[in-house]
Unconditional design. Structure first.
Length: 188
C-alpha cells in the first residue's frame, strides 16, 4: 500500500523571510513557491515606460499609489497566493490611512500591467490574469513587446486587443486616462 505524502505549503509570512537565491524573484501560488528569472533589458525598459505614463496621470491627481515589479500582493490566503505584477495601481481610498504597508500589500490592485517575456508561456500568462481578476482587480493589461500589442481585460469575458495606433484606457479605475498603445513602447 502506497502512502501519499502532502507537500508542505508555504505561507506568505514564510515567503517574506525566505532567503533563496537573490538573483531570482519568487511568487507564491496556492502555497507553492514559484521561482522566476529576472526579466531582460527590453522587459525592464518597457515596464519603466508604462509606469511613467501611468504615473504622469495618477500623481498630479493624487489618485493612489503605483507599485513596481518587486511588490508582492497577498491576494489569497489558505493556501496563500502572493503575486508581483510588473506595474500595479491601488486607489487611495483602498489604502488604510493612504499609506503602503511595510509587508505584502494585503489586497488585489485595482489595475495591473503584466509585460510578457519571451520565456512566459501562454498558460502562465493567462493564469496570472485569471488570478488578478478573481482576486478583484478591475483592469489587467498584458503587454506583448514582440508584436507591440496590448490585451485589455475587464473581466474574463471582456477582452480587447490593442495595436500601437489604438488608444488605451484603464476605465473604470482611472477615469479620463488615455494614451496611445505606442506610448508604452520605447522609441526604437
Amino acid at each position: 500500500m502506497a502512502i501519499e505524502q502532502k507537500a508542505r505549503l508555504m505561507t506568505a509570512e514564510e515567503l517574506s523571510r525566505f532567503t533563496g537565491d537573490l538573483a531570482r524573484r519568487y511568487e507564491l501560488v496556492d502555497g507553492e513557491l514559484i521561482e522566476m528569472s529576472p526579466p531582460g533589458g527590453e522587459h525592464g525598459e518597457i515596464t519603466f515606460e508604462i509606469g511613467g505614463v501611468i504615473r504622469d496621470f495618477v500623481r498630479p491627481r493624487h489618485l493612489g499609489k503605483l507599485y513596481a515589479a518587486e511588490t508582492g500582493f497577498l491576494i489569497q490566503q489558505s493556501p496563500d497566493k502572493v503575486r508581483a505584477p510588473d506595474v500595479a495601481f491601488v486607489s487611495r481610498a483602498r489604502l488604510p490611512e493612504g499609506t503602503s504597508p511595510p509587508g505584502y500589500v494585503p489586497l488585489a490592485p485595482d489595475f495591473v500591467v503584466e509585460v510578457v517575456s519571451p520565456s512566459d508561456s501562454a498558460q502562465d500568462v493567462q493564469a496570472r490574469v485569471d488570478d488578478w481578476l478573481k482576486a478583484g482587480t478591475q483592469v489587467v493589461w498584458t503587454v506583448y513587446p514582440g508584436i507591440r500589442t496590448v490585451l485589455v481585460f475587464r473581466g474574463l469575458e471582456q477582452i480587447e486587443r490593442k495595436s500601437v495606433d489604438d488608444d488605451l484606457d484603464a476605465e473604470p479605475v482611472l477615469p479620463g486616462f488615455r494614451c496611445k498603445a505606442r506610448d508604452l513602447f520605447p522609441e526604437g
